[in-house]
Design a protein around this ligand. Structure first.
Ligand code: PSV
Ligand code: MN
Length: 386
């Protein structure tokens, strides 16, 4: 039997970090469809993120992306967030949108470009000092398009050297979270293509370096929960970038494409003690055609639902079935939890937290969407601008 009070208590402590860029305009390389009311500044992105937290109660931090969220005064930005009930979260670096990075950034064959990339990462740590953020999130677009284009091994050496310099700069309580992605924008080799490469670098760097699992960064059919179980077992799972994919790195709402996979991942998190540790649960999504704030609220709710189901797994019944080799019973125990409708439980949890039971309805009733459409007129909307 699972202890419902403990499940509820755990759900109340959940923290899902939302990404600043999800509040801005986004699109594919074919078209960015602008939406009304989209933030023009990092401050307005935080205002929107604060609404997500206000109605869900479990989205207390916001990830920044540098330079998309560049401001003069980061302490003032942190204060802006805190005045609205949220905090600044991971600092995401960007070494992929500059002409100098055509052949890579930290792995580039030219030491001058590598220096520029490492300096940017060091600047991100300076920003963390000002914002109080503990996590530096690194994703490198580095790679090659053609066999022979560059030396695969040397690129790994350059990567190790650059990461080591940044690692040394980290202060107490700061971490480096290294993300992997199997392809794109490079198509032949990618310098951090998989969890094994990320893990190898993090292991050498030391305890402040951990791996980030972006759920959209795997080949179709990859067993992501196995990766999660392995990284947790090794103490190297730093966090998640949650999103859904049907084809490539689609960045759709988490839990939209494959809620069963999300449940299996969350079960391994709960099983491996990751839910109560310092594993960061971040969203990394783009809302190209749907309204952004309610889409982010929905995403947070999808993570909550998967977590609730994972917490409901009768672990002792499962262990007994596994130990006796009862394949069908073991599978049935897991599926019982997955097939539970946890929405009533989550409505209760929200009411006990002093929230409305339906965050999307509460957001709609708040009038925030109408307010930002009326007020955010003129200026330049935030976004990729592709
Ligand atoms: C790369 O596709 C990525 O997932 C990285 O997490 C970035 O930080 C994010 O997208 C936004 O560029
Ligand atoms: Mn990501």
């Amino acid at each position: 039997m699972t202890d419902l009070a403990a499940v509820k208590a755990a759900l109340k402590t959940q923290a899902v970090e939302t990404p600043s860029w999800a509040y801005g305009n986004s699109g594919t390389r074919f078209k960015v469809f602008a939406q009304q009311g989209v933030p023009r500044t990092p401050q307005e992105k935080l205002d929107d993120a604060a609404k997500v937290h206000e109605f869900t109660g479990v989205a207390p931090t916001v990830a920044l992306h540098i330079p998309w969220d560049k401001v003069e005064d980061y302490s003032a930005l942190a204060k802006h967030a805190e005045d609205r009930g949220v905090k600044l979260g991971a600092i995401n670096s960007n070494t992929f949108q500059d002409d100098d990075y055509k052949l890579g950034s930290i792995c580039h064959p030219d030491p001058v470009v590598r220096r520029k990339a490492v300096d940017h990462l060091l600047e991100c740590v300076d920003i963390m000092d000002a914002t109080g953020s503990t996590d530096l999130k690194l994703w490198f677009a580095d790679g090659t398009n053609y066999p022979g284009q560059d030396d695969i091994r040397e690129r790994q050496d350059r990567l190790a050297e650059g990461l080591a310099e940044v690692y040394e700069r980290l202060g107490d309580g700061q971490r480096m979270l290294l993300e992997y992605k199997f392809f794109e924008p490079a198509f032949y080799t990618t310098d951090v293509p998989d969890w094994g490469t990320a893990y190898a670098h993090c292991l050498k760097l030391g305890p402040k370096a951990q791996v980030v699992v972006d759920t959209g960064h795997h080949a179709p059919g990859t067993n992501i929960e196995f990766i999660v179980a392995t990284l947790l077992r090794e103490g190297k799972l730093g966090g998640f970038d949650f999103n859904s994919r049907f084809y490539a790195d689609d960045d759709l709402m988490v839990g939209a494409a494959d809620p069963f996979q999300l449940f299996r991942i969350m079960y391994e998190v709960v099983r491996g003690g990751g839910f109560t540790s310092e594993v960061a649960f971040m969203l990394d999504q783009c809302h190209n055609i749907e309204a952004k704030i309610p889409a982010i609220i929905r995403s947070v709710m999808n993570v909550q639902e998967a977590t609730a189901k994972a917490l409901l797994v009768d672990r002792s019944a499962l262990a007994a079935a596994q130990a006796s080799g009862d394949v069908l019973e073991a599978n049935a125990v897991l599926m019982d939890a997955y097939n539970t409708d946890v929405r009533p439980l989550l409505r209760e949890v929200r009411e006990e937290m002093g929230l409305g039971p339906d965050p999307i309805a509460a957001y709609r009733a708040s009038g925030w969407a109408e307010k930002i459409i009326a007020e955010r007129v003129g200026g330049e909307q935030a976004g990729w601008g592709a």
